[in-house]
Design a protein around this ligand. Structure first.
Ligand code: DAH
Length: 364
């Protein structure tokens, strides 16, 4: 191939390369520089030449090859640059755009009540305790001085689990009171082992279960239990503690609180606690009506004896409160079933911002 032919070939190739896209560039590289490409074949043809002619032609062909290689490289660089520019433009993030509103969840009103209870009783030196949903018959009933003929034990009230032959069936706990038993047993065992023990002061929120279902009863509901045990605990402590709690929780500093004699198997004396409200308007702390809120009493000596605590040395008080009930009263919720339906509209309305602290009007 003459020098002129080669020059012509180079011009043609360069013209083609200058407008080629990425795929075409690769095709041209193969057809020019590849194993059977034009340049390779030219180089192969050198073998049959005279030494002088070979030297001259070899230099020409190699120069041609360099030109082609450079042209391909340059075009590829232009294409890569253009592709990158296009990508940067397409993928740009506008950091000045306002954020899209994201849906945020809310804290369930029951969770909120537990937080408030923890805050109020925490300030009075109580610690939070938990117990299992599945309880032994002894912890749930017998140890709490609930006799075997008591209606709370009846099949129609209680969810019993399948029992092994000759064993008492376990139950889904019907109240949070069995955690009193668990706590006192641990406490008595520590004391028996000579370990130092502080008086018991616990608050126990948790799930409870009864075979009941209507607008104000659910087979699963929540309670919280309180227990205080020490050498010198009196009924005055019980009253002061519960009055402070109710006034702080409902945010009414002068809330009327009434203690009414009642009966629970595990306390003696027992009292139901009422607050003043207006039955017609639902306003709490106003009006002349009374509303029952919780059960309480001095821990029965039989219960203390059942867990190995000497009732002549120690005494204390306990109380149990329905979490749904006080939450419904505080927030004007009138159907218990809505607590468990996970209706997003209801949760948005009655829920609380997750990060807002449990602020109490009359925090202690
Ligand atoms: N366990 C009782 C219930 O579920 C509530 C209760 C009443 C708990 C009096 C107590 C108490 O600790 O002293 O109805």
């Amino acid at each position: 191939m003459s020098g002129d032919d080669l020059k012509l070939l180079l011009e043609q190739a360069e013209a083609e390369i200058s407008t080629a896209d990425a795929a075409r560039i690769e095709a041209l590289r193969v057809s020019l520089l590849g194993k059977n490409g034009a340049v390779t074949n030219l180089l192969k043809s050198l073998g049959g030449m005279e030494p002088e002619a070979r030297k001259e032609a070899g230099a020409r062909i190699n120069h041609f090859k360099t030109q082609i290689t450079d042209a391909l490289f340059a075009r590829r660089a232009v294409l890569d640059e253009a592709a990158l520019t296009a990508r940067l433009a397409a993928e740009r993030v506008d950091v000045t755009q306002p954020p899209r509103p994201e849906p945020t969840g809310t804290l369930h009103p029951l969770s909120r009540t537990v937080e408030e209870i923890a805050a109020i009783f925490g300030a009075m030196g109580f610690v939070l305790k938990e117990g299992p949903d599945i309880e032994s018959d002894w912890n749930n009933f017998s140890a709490l001085n609930i006799p075997s003929h008591h209606p709370a034990r009846a099949m129609m009230d209680t969810f019993y689990l399948q029992a092994a032959p000759n064993e008492r069936p376990a139950v889904l706990r019907t109240h949070t009171s069995p955690v009193q038993i668990r706590t006192m047993l641990e406490w008595a065992a520590k004391q028996a082992a000579g370990e130092p023990v502080a008086p018991i002061r616990i608050i126990v929120p948790g799930r409870t279960f009864r075979a009941d279902h209507d607008a104000t009863h659910s087979p699963m509901f929540h309670q919280f239990e309180g227990l205080v045990i020490g050498p010198d605990i009196t009924l005055a402590h019980l009253k002061g503690c519960l009055i402070d709690f109710l006034r702080a929780f409902f945010g009414v500093p002068s809330l009327p609180v009434r203690f009414r004699a009642s009966y629970f198997p595990f306390t003696e004396p027992s009292m139901e606690v009422d607050i003043g409200w207006n039955k017609r308007t639902g306003e709490i702390g106003a009006g002349t009506d009374w509303l029952e809120i919780l059960g309480s009493g001095m821990v029965h000596p039989n219960v203390l004896a059942n867990v190995g605590i000497d009732p002549r040395k120690y005494q204390g008080f306990a109380f149990g409160v329905g979490l749904e009930r006080i939450t419904m009263l505080k927030h004007g919720i009138n159907d218990l079933r809505l607590f468990y339906e996970s209706d997003i509209r209801w949760l948005r309305h009655y829920g609380f911002a997750a990060l807002s602290p449990a602020s109490l009007h009359e925090g202690i």
